[in-house]
Ligand binder design. Structure first.
Ligand code: FES
Length: 249
């Protein structure tokens, strides 16, 4: 058996609740939450869709670390310690092990408003990503044939196109926790992806650099690599931010 200690919220009311779940081999934290919702308390709210680390819906704070609940196994995390992070910002790895602890702390993702229980409002996050205009402008209508891309460029872009917009990076970001206007790692990584794309037009690249050249843009990053450490898809926002800075100097 394992105890889930879940932080719950309904409007202004915030409380913690413990639920005991039978720990089956291979069980994920998402499955443990299903068990609670289906058999113990149907009012527990959390978000999910694919259950396979593809959609990014199930990001939450598990033992103070932003993670996807569907790819986090109960057995991996039930004996982790959950000391408060020293800087008050989410950790990037567990602070240690406590043999036989058998408890998992589950909280909503930080730096976003809670709608209810483990569900956060993603609108602000999506607005930040949209603000960098993550698309390619084409004037000349439909091309007659496909635009070919060098394999090396494809590899470079893939490091960024793998993002599933789960917002674990945003939840781990100290700059986002201080400044709600900060574009954040996901939006800035996407900006670098579109800057790099050979199909982007020069004028759009220049406009993008102008937009990002501020303390709420690339200069707001603390360069502490927390986003890189928690990304479930191995995207490297900090590197993209540094590369964007390089284009401005
Ligand atoms: S449910 Fe889709 S990523 Fe977890």
């Amino acid at each position: 058996m394992v105890e889930l200690n879940i932080r719950r919220q309904d409007g202004d009311r915030i409380w913690s609740e413990n639920f005991t779940v039978e720990d089956r081999p291979g069980m994920t934290v998402l499955e443990a939450l299903f068990h609670v919702q289906e058999r113990i308390d149907g009012s527990l709210c959390f978000r999910y869709s694919c259950r396979g680390a593809v959609c990014g819906s199930c990001a939450m704070l598990i033992n103070k670390v932003p993670r996807l609940a569907c790819r986090t196994q109960v057995s991996e995390v039930k004996d982790e310690s959950t000391d408060e992070p020293k800087d008050g910002v989410a950790s990037v790895k567990p602070s240690g092990k406590v043999e036989g602890r058998n408890e998992i702390l589950v909280e909503p993702l930080p730096n976003l408003n809670v709608i209810r229980d483990l569900i956060v409002d993603m609108d602000h996050f999506y607005e930040l990503v949209d603000s960098i205009k993550p698309w390619i402008n084409k004037d000349e209508g439909e091309p007659e044939k496909e635009t070919l891309m060098e394999p090396a460029m494809q590899v470079q872009l893939e490091k960024y196109t793998n993002c599933i917009l789960c917002a674990t990076c945003h939840g781990a970001c100290p700059a986002a926790s201080r400044n709600g206007e900060y574009l954040g790692p996901a939006a800035l990584a996407k900006a670098w992806r579109f800057y790099l794309d050979p199909r982007s037009k020069e004028e759009d690249r220049n406009e993008l650099l102008k937009y990002l050249n501020s303390d709420s843009g690339v200069w707001g990053c603390d360069v502490v690599y927390k986003c890189v450490a928690v990304c479930p898809k191995k995207v490297t926002p900090t590197q993209g931010i540094l590369d964007l800075r390089g284009k401005m100097e």
